[in-house]
Design a protein around this ligand. Structure first.
Ligand SMILES: Nc1ncnc2c1ncn2[C@@H]1O[C@H](COP(=O)(O)OP(=O)(O)OP(=O)(O)O)[C@@H](O)[C@H]1O
Length: 300
């Protein structure tokens, strides 16, 4: 488990990370989601001891990262795929890391195969790698020591659609085997497809966290009934705010509440679903003052 407690990091007068607390649990993929400059990388750098917190703390499996002996065997880290030694080949990068961790060279071949880098590609210098290849190499490096915890900053960056799908499968099965995955992204769609838990950050502060379902319940419920007037009356009696949308209404509550009310009054529901926009609207709304660009419609 990764536990972040009241973490704050300031740079001069600027607060990059502001009293951030959350946990990433074993057996789950936790998506750390926020727009550019929200503080994701800063938080992750502090997690692995590359940067010091101004206040607060992070523990990984109950220990500070700096106190974990041979940390690569416990925590796999991919922070900046472009930071690998450009003059070494992919194989050399992994072989050096394996030897530092006391692992046999055979582990290198296993990892190259796992991330889909061919023997020929592994012989090329990293400076000639595409961004996607660097991400694959970074992931191989993170997985080398068979750690129980993975910390990955924007791991999908530079991967093609097939690569993104491949990585999703890899990380999901890693979590299903009991691993803890924390991955950051500024793309909601990417996180939504993989995360069991989502932590949303905007301008250094946590703006929402929970399962995708629990976050969705905050965005309201679209409902359409055969007996519209009866449904509106029932919702009004329960103090649920309602806005007309298209041929139905958006109720400011969970689908379960609307469904139960309708069942009690024997009202026939024709549609009951999360209100349009769902998580994307919530994300944009919650991080509105931190988005660089006015957003109209879909998030890229
Ligand atoms: N060493 C530093 N000195 C001054 N400001 C910094 C430093 N490192 C980060 N910051 C600032 O802290 C803020 C958070 O940056 P961070 O890299 O954590 O964001 P991010 O959420 O990872 O964004 P992105 O999605 O663009 O990678 C930014 O405004 C950044 O300019």
């Amino acid at each position: 488990m990764i536990k972040v407690e009241n973490l704050t990091r300031t740079y001069g007068a600027y607060t990059a990370v502001d009293d951030v607390s959350f946990v990433a649990r074993p057996g789950r993929v936790t998506g750390f989601l926020g727009p550019n400059g929200a503080g994701k990388t800063t938080t992750m750098r502090i997690m692995v001891g590359l940067s010091a917190p101004t206040s607060g703390s992070v523990t990984i499996g109950g220990h500070r990262y700096a106190d974990i002996p041979n940390p690569g065997l416990h925590v796999g880290v991919l922070l900046d795929a472009t930071a690998q030694h450009a003059g070494r080949t992919g194989r050399e990068v992994l072989t050096l890391a394996a030897r530092t961790m006391g692992l046999p060279d055979t582990r290198v071949d296993e990892m190259l195969a796992l991330v889909g880098l061919t023997p020929e590609e592994a012989k090329r210098k990293v400076r000639n790698y595409s961004l996607g290849m660097r991400q694959r190499l970074g992931l191989a490096n993170a997985l080398l020591g068979d750690p129980q915890i993975l910390i990955l900053d924007e791991p999908a960056n530079g991967l093609d659609p097939a690569g993104i799908r491949w990585m999703r499968g890899l990380l999901k099965s890693y979590a299903e085997r009991g691993g803890t995955v924390l991955l950051s992204s500024h793309l909601l769609n990417e996180v939504q497809l993989i995360a069991d838990d989502i932590v949303m950050i905007g301008r250094g502060r946590i703006v929402a966290q929970g399962t995708p379902e629990s976050l969705l319940s905050r965005t309201g419920t679209f409902v359409r009934a055969a007996e519209t007037e009866e449904l509106l009356a029932a919702l009004a009696e329960h103090g649920v705010a309602v806005t007309p949308v298209g041929d139905g209404h958006r109720a400011d509550t969970e689908a379960l509440v609307v469904g139960k009310l309708a069942a009690e009054r024997q009202i026939t529901l024709i549609e009951l679903r999360p209100a349009d926009g769902g998580l994307e609207d919530l994300f944009l709304e919650l991080t509105a003052d931190t988005q660089r660009d006015a957003t109209e419609g879909a998030l890229a």
